[in-house]
Design a protein around this ligand. Sequence first.
Ligand code: NAD
Length: 421
Amino acid sequence: MSSEQSRELNPYENALKQLSDTAELISLDPDVHEMLRQPKRILSVSIPVKMDDGRVKNFQGYRVQYNDARGPFKGGIRYHPKVTLDEVKALAAWMTWKCSVVDLPYGGAKGGVICDPKNMSISEKEKVTRRFTAMIADFIGPYRDVPAPDVYTDPQTMAWILDTYSQIKGYQVPECVTGKPISLGGSEGRSNSTARGCVFCVREAAKVANIPLKGATAAIQGFGNAGSWSAIFLSEIGVKVLAVSDSKGGILSRGNGLDPRRVLEHKEKTGSVVGFNGTEEISNEELLELDVDILIPAALENAITAKNASKIRARIISEAANGPTTPEADKVLERNKVLLVPDILANAGGVAVSYLEWVQNLNRQHWTEDEVNQKLEQKIVSAFKSVLETSKRYNVSMRSGALAVAVQRVADAIKTLGIWP
Ligand code: NAD
């Protein structure tokens, strides 16, 4: 890989580039820009775990707390063999902008553990989670930093965090984590809120681009939590989902498209979407370049780069994943008039309902799914409108508009708080 390519694919470089472009656009105070170029705190821990075979393995874990000017740090924890500190720093910066763009009273953070959860037993995953929690326990908590699920972590992982944190404190603290199982104070609607928010964004973008959704076509990369629910919600509003994929490959069904719930059953049975009855096998690269109206990248970073951006034919992209498009690719998509709803808005549904979960926990309440979904819709639609308005005012893309709204709010908070001492 050339050094230019590896720079293009470094998520933290990309987050900093987005920040400096935004700083220029909104004439950000250079002192605030300087402060926002680095996370406030980075925790790096080495997590010893006695594996099932009796040997001890050390796992590297990170919690990056980017900025908390607007409220407690907030962000998911990712388990993946390719986690890097730069990736976690980028994701923590994006969480800061995401919470700000949907106007949640939170800062931004992210966690990651370098491990291969697909090749670990449940007991090994539990040990990693509990020991990691214990090692960062002094720095998290309901008013400090509230973790949530991300790639390859789930409600069960959050239950282990909740239990470990509560054991250390000596009392039950359900509000220390979100994305919990409902039985432990999780919110109705949290499990599919990221996708619900992403599809609200598709709906709003389709109005702007004048594309009728009934009969429109879509392709979705990644068929985990965000991707599979996006497929289900899109098909519920009449969109034909022609192709989906996961880490093992993709499937395409021309004509009427796929039944996402049946694809999910197939994936649950076999471990992949590949091999679903009556479909053609395609690669993840081919999926991105399909001639569809709507494209949802819902896997990992750097799916759309300078290499393939010019081949994208979708008219709307709604980024369920974090950082799926590099800044170089952004320029190409903009030139080609693709309406792109950026990650910090398109996948903010997850953190928006996490916030609602936290509010319910703090008030010892439990709302119905309808109440939660209505509040979510109101938050996403109102953020979409302010981003659209800002991007029109500056005559820039929705990504630049979203960053402008988000960074400006964080900057206002920093300036009003001042620097102590
Ligand atoms: P998940 O673990 O449930 O699913 C990830 C999916 O991506 C799996 O289907 C996996 O097979 C697939 N995948 C992995 N590598 C791939 C590759 N190289 N090509 C194609 N597919 C690949 O994770 P998730 O929670 O759905 O998260 C997906 C993305 O959405 C991530 O970028 C995450 O940060 C973002 N996100 C998730 C949430 C949430 O609430 N789940 C919230 C905000 C953002």
